[in-house]
Design a protein around this ligand. Structure first.
Ligand SMILES: C[S@@+](CC[C@H](N)C(=O)[O-])C[C@H]1O[C@@H](n2cnc3c(N)ncnc32)[C@H](O)[C@@H]1O
Length: 215
């Protein structure tokens, strides 16, 4: 199947998803690069990025738009940030608190126009409020016990319209069945947001659920 733009900025060839390479000739994490109609596209690997896993697992409400400012919490070295920065034309504010992956995130931001790396703890949004404006979308991928609280705090703090929470059940409670943790989180999330999609990420990620929400 020829490459088709299934959402603005997201391409599909019947098997894999791709984004348009903002730094032609270079891959970010060893992903395959293809050429079509004189342009370059980077394969969005579902084993390396939970957002791609969610697409493969049947996400129906793709939450990211071309004109979105994005606050990304738990950016690590920028694997998923790189794809998100190719979908939105606006800014990706990428928060990470570990210095080692942050160094790679800085390098990535130097090669792209719209990534703002921020070394900070996502539990304390007041520390980056002077850099981050109100955002359209909060994307969070943080394996911490208080991941739901961190997400809701940032959604509220930056007045986000939409959110993506990549939830890791075992970080919240190792002894509870993941399905019970998912239910508890869904109940809590729906008090403050409208859940549009919840997608179990297996077999790409064990015990992970992607929640796509509207404020
Ligand atoms: C699973 S990795 C993220 C992978 C990344 N989202 C991707 O798809 O490319 C989780 C990251 O969250 C970071 N992290 C955990 N707790 C954090 C916090 N409170 N504030 C900021 N970053 C945090 C970790 O250092 C780690 O790099």
């Amino acid at each position: 199947m020829p490459l088709k733009e299934i959402y603005p900025g997201v391409f599909y060839d019947g098997e894999n998803y791709y984004t348009s390479n903002a730094n032609p000739g270079k891959s970010v994490y060893g992903e395959k690069i293809i050429r079509a109609k004189g342009k370059e596209y980077r394969l969005w690997d579902p084993k390396r990025s939970k957002m791609s896993a969610a697409l493969h697992r049947g996400m129906t409400k793709f939450p990211l738009k071309r004109k979105d400012n994005v606050l990304y919490l738990g950016a690590a070295s920028g694997t998923t940030v790189s794809h998100i920065s190719e979908i939105t034309e606006k800014e990706v504010y990428a928060v990470e608190f570990a210095e080692v992956p942050f160094r790679d995130l800085i390098k990535l931001s130097e090669e792209r126009k719209n990534i703002m790396p921020i070394l900070a703890n996502a539990r304390v949004p007041s520390r980056y409020r002077h850099i981050v404006p109100e955002v359209d979308l909060v994307y969070q991928d943080i394996a911490q016990r208080d991941q739901l609280e961190i997400f809701l705090k940032n959604m509220d703090f930056f007045n986000a319209k939409r959110g993506v929470l990549m939830l890791k059940a075992r970080s919240i409670n190792v002894s509870e069945k993941p399905k019970n943790v998912f239910q508890t989180v869904a109940d809590e999330l729906s008090k403050y947001t409208k859940i549009e999609n919840n997608i179990n990420l297996k077999p790409y990620e064990k015990d992970h659920m992607a929640f796509i929400v509207k404020a």
